[in-house]
Ligand binder design. Sequence first.
Ligand code: AMP
Ligand code: MG
Length: 392
Amino acid sequence: MVSVKQAIDLIKKNCNPLLKEVVKPINKSGNYILCKDIYSPINMPPFNQSAMDGYALHSHEELNYKVVKEIKAGTNHLPILKVGDAVRIFTGAPVPDTADTVIPQEEVNLEENGIQLEQKIKNNLNIRFKGEEIKKGELALKKGTKLTAAAIGYLSSLGITEVTVYKKPSIAIVNTGNELIEAGEPLSHGKIYESNSKMLQNALYSLKFYDITIYNVKDDYDKTYATLQRLINIKDLIIISGGISVGDYDFVGKALNALQVKELFYKVKQKPGKPLYFGKKKESILFALPGNPAAALTCFYMYVYTALQKMMAREVLTLPRIKAVSNSAFKKKKGRTQFLKAIYNEGRVTVLEGQSSAMLKTFALSNAFVFIPENIEDITINSIVEVILLPV
Ligand code: AMP
Ligand code: MG
């Protein structure tokens, strides 16, 4: 039995970035991690650009200017300005080399043949200079950067169409349990609708992992063994649901053992989710989550999440933790960390009624866990508590 911290540390230590690289079109690269430095193929901006709708001036001592032409965004034909000339110019349009400053239209008075300034203005105003953001050949984004929407916009602005990124893991979810039937089928006595795989699949989708296959096995040693044997080495991550407890028909542990999966931990001092298993064989990482749905999802967010982040070569490996003021009181026993389903809002957090690990009704309303460390026995109203924000 390990503590929560030991469990997380073992996951961090034993999961590695997938060394497989893939080339992705830039617009399909969201959330991937760059596995190569990217250098800018162009100057950005590529030319001196007007930052305003207004007038570009070839300045002189006087305040009146003759307006000689107009330059729209996207124009290639640039007029040559003589001293005292102005051109009407728009945001994003190229500023001619013969202009030395741009004045916003709000700051000029229109006259019959030109414009009149209210006061003299300085050179180089309201111009975004060529290469000001980045010069051709400079490092645009370094290896290890997560491709957020902003990063994708930035690389697209440099004309980059594809990127080399770390491959995302190929994932298997394995349901175990004779009692499970598919929603849509009539519910016969003794059966329940299978829900964990749908829940875990959607938790993965919301983290932008899509290469997921679901397998169903009965509570049968040979079938469990055969399914896991087939998946080891072809899947980067195998998430097993149920069958890892101590019942006579829990065959997952025995099968993993027989398959010589290296057990890195089994059982964590926590509630919910004590019978959590983490192991590794060759290139495959295996989690066996407790079958109770709320325990399974808690373990997903606390542990599988970290494994996934590490496999993706990300720097931040755990969900955000913040301090909040508790609206609730709660008592627990010493010796086990507890994750309480809760709603966090603007600095305060409310622990919800109904913390059973077998039930999802409360989880469905939660956006956070209140984290009560192993050796703390209670939290009181208005005390400061630790909150883990869920990616919901
Ligand atoms: P187990 O860990 O296999 O002993 O399962 C613990 C509890 O979780 C039992 O009540 C199971 O029926 C339930 N359970 C296991 N797997 C699933 C699943 N995929 N969907 C919904 N409930 C499940
Ligand atoms: Mg079971």
